[in-house]
Design a protein around this ligand. Sequence first.
Ligand code: ZN
Ligand code: ZN
Length: 369
Amino acid sequence: MRPDSAVSVPDMPAIDLQDVSKTYGSVVALDQVSLRVEAGEWLAVMGPSGSGKTTLVNLAGCLDTPSSGSVWVDGVDVSSFSRRELARFRAEKIGFIFQQFHLVPYLTALENILLAQYFHSLADAAEAMAALERVGMAHRARHLPGQLSGGEQQRVSIARALINDPAIILADEPTGNLDERNEEAVMELLRAAHQAGKTLVMVTHDPTIARYADRRIQLHHGRITDISIFSEDDEREFDQILSKLWTLRENHEPLHDDSLRIAGPLSVGRAIAAMTARGWLCRENGRITLLPPGEKRASDLIRRHRLTELLFSHTFELRNEAELEDQAFKFEHSLSPEATARICAFLGHPRACPHGSPIPQGDCCPAAS
Ligand SMILES: [Zn+2]
Ligand SMILES: [Zn+2]
């Protein structure tokens, strides 16, 4: 920690957009948006492309100024800053993480960090090296970006974003170009930054990634259309609904609200609305259809549950139906995707649970012949 970053005023939001609009010619990219991001908060910004996500991040990140309204960052009104003032302020306050990494291709990992330090204050090789070490990249310090995998490049760019100890981190689709394993590593680094007190604003189209955030907003045509803060219990209810929808469909039963008698903190209607906003499902004339992200999530849940059933009936010879259900239910919630894949492999990539219900195949499973 640098001493100059220790000053913080309580109750001052990290970012405060007040009635902000941004137009490009006749195109309204942001339409009178007001948004307050608290210091230390992790916000996910979701929405289809063209919804104004990038414009919002550009304004919050001092890359651009609004057409009207005001933008406050760390207690300073930056709305009327010149390009030069914005650049100075940005270097001081904000770290960026992009989907495309944006590392300088002819500089090594270490030199990329040194460059970011140089723009801020003074380059310090020892400090830059320590930053690479924190993201597990010290052994790759002398490699050019082209010699690194996507996951490694993103870890270097996270080290770069954090090197000057910014108050705010803006991440635009930070896992967009990564496989699942690297995605998890990157999210782990972001989570550590969040725990260290950084304010994070993360643009993502991926509901699974957005779940890491404290709060999610949805943009549509330049306006905020949905703000959601859901507790873990709410999330569990969503998962129960997804599992129920999956089994109903398996049994060729109609998918509508009335078939979902699930007791949870939210009414089924509210839960369905929230899940619709996340793009997990859609509802038309009372009929529910799983959309690909919901489908994937439901499939993962069912798979994990049925593999656990099988594991317990094999390993512990639990034959008692109720006990099997009970034990499996308690155990499965602690399973990571990797652990689930290991169990699947251990059981020989089984196709059915002890009750004969099909187990959805995972990435670990050999393709069906
Ligand atoms: Zn079963
Ligand atoms: Zn498998």
